[in-house]
Design a protein around this ligand. Structure first.
Ligand SMILES: *[C@@H]1O[C@H](CO)[C@@H](O)[C@H](O)[C@H]1NC(C)=O
Ligand SMILES: *[C@@H]1O[C@H](CO)[C@@H](O)[C@H](O)[C@H]1NC(C)=O
Ligand SMILES: *[C@@H]1O[C@H](CO)[C@@H](O)[C@H](O)[C@H]1NC(C)=O
Length: 309
């Protein structure tokens, strides 16, 4: 038996890294990237080899946010892509996707197909658009099959959310709030009714709630949701959880999730830094106020190409 030669392996590793960097540099100069960019590139390559490979590992949480919407809501999707495409949380991967039922019109077959080619962020379920007739069930129960890819890590997502298209989620705050929580048997959201702070009594508001992957798998397999499809979707969801004795782990995200302050109700809260989501952004004005408050444009890079006061 030969003992593995660790020092030889170490040298081989360093050589591989070295040639990889050279390769990147050649690639960069072919693409006429300036010298400082090459430096940045090699610096990031070094960080990658030293510690980043380790930190990229299984610790990062994967979250799917499905925004339930309608095929014809092109402008809404365009706007939400701006809102979410400009956020890049660390410590977690958050995929935002738009979810709707079967297309019904010829123009949709062209326009939605183009969107998918460009953005790859649409899920079309096998259903007819409906309110309170099981779209939420179809969404959760279809995911284990839709996302069943043996080449990918399992579970495909640690957490799956259903969100409203008039909610604004701050992805870094969401990831940070999920970090300490269980990845099993979890039900997370804004507890209904508004004044309640007890997540074990009722259900989570449709502004956006999230469950761990094992509950998604349970929704697919269990008879309890399948036999109870009709009714206000989010309350029905809470009924399944109660009847199925699921979600021994619950997290009430109130008051980091709340309704927009105007008009004031028992569900509203003023905008404040400790925010995961703001709901009921029904007008452009409310969106703008919210995006400004949370400094959504602070990472805009200066350039001679534009001037924004
Ligand atoms: C949705 O579309 C698929 C494929 O076009 C079809 O097989 C299915 O029956 C449709 N479902 C509903 C509920 O209309
Ligand atoms: C996922 O794929 C595997 C292998 O193809 C199959 O055995 C399993 O039943 C699939 N699961 C679901 C939920 O579709
Ligand atoms: C937005 O930026 C301002 C100015 O830098 C800062 O004072 C404020 O705390 C920031 N707001 C939030 C919610 O981070």
């Amino acid at each position: 038996m030969m003992k593995p030669n660790t020092s030889l392996n170490g040298h081989r590793f360093i050589f591989t890294c070295f040639f990889f960097i050279i390769f990147l540099c050649i690639l960069a100069s072919i693409n006429q990237i300036r010298f400082d960019n090459i430096l940045t590139l090699s610096r990031c390559t070094f960080t990658h080899t030293s510690n980043h490979l380790l930190s990229l590992s299984s610790d990062d949480i994967r979250v799917l946010i499905g925004i339930l919407t309608l095929p014809d809501h092109y402008h809404k999707r365009h706007f939400l892509r701006l809102v979410y495409g400009t956020q890049s949380p660390t410590g977690g991967q958050v995929d935002v996707k738009f979810v709707f039922c079967n297309l019904t019109k010829e123009d949709q077959q062209v326009l939605v197909a183009l969107e998918i080619m460009r953005y790859k962020d649409i899920i079309i379920l096998n259903c007819q658009e409906n309110m309170n007739k099981g779209k939420t069930y179809t969404y959760f129960s279809s995911l284990p099959e839709i996302l069943n890819d043996t080449g990918e890590p399992f579970p495909p997502y640690h957490y799956v959310m259903k969100a409203d298209d008039d909610s604004y989620f701050r992805l870094q705050s969401l990831v940070d709030s999920l970090k300490p929580l269980s990845r099993n048997d979890l039900y997370y959201g804004y507890v209904i009714p508004c004044p309640s702070m007890d997540p074990f009594v009722h259900y989570m508001s449709g502004m956006g709630y999230l469950v761990s992957w094992d509950i998604v798998a349970w929704i697919r397999e269990s008879d309890i949701p399948r036999k109870h499809l009709e009714g206000p979707e989010d309350r029905t969801f809470g009924d399944w959880i109660r009847e199925g004795h699921r979600a021994k782990n619950r997290y009430n995200a109130k008051w980091s999730m709340y309704n927009y302050p105007e008009p004031p109700t028992r569900c509203t809260h003023e905008l404040w830094p400790d925010t995961v989501a703001v709901h009921l952004l029904k007008t452009q004005e409310k969106w703008i106020t919210t995006l400004k408050y949370f400094n959504a444009t602070q990472d805009l890079k200066p350039s001679k190409l534009y001037h924004i006061p």
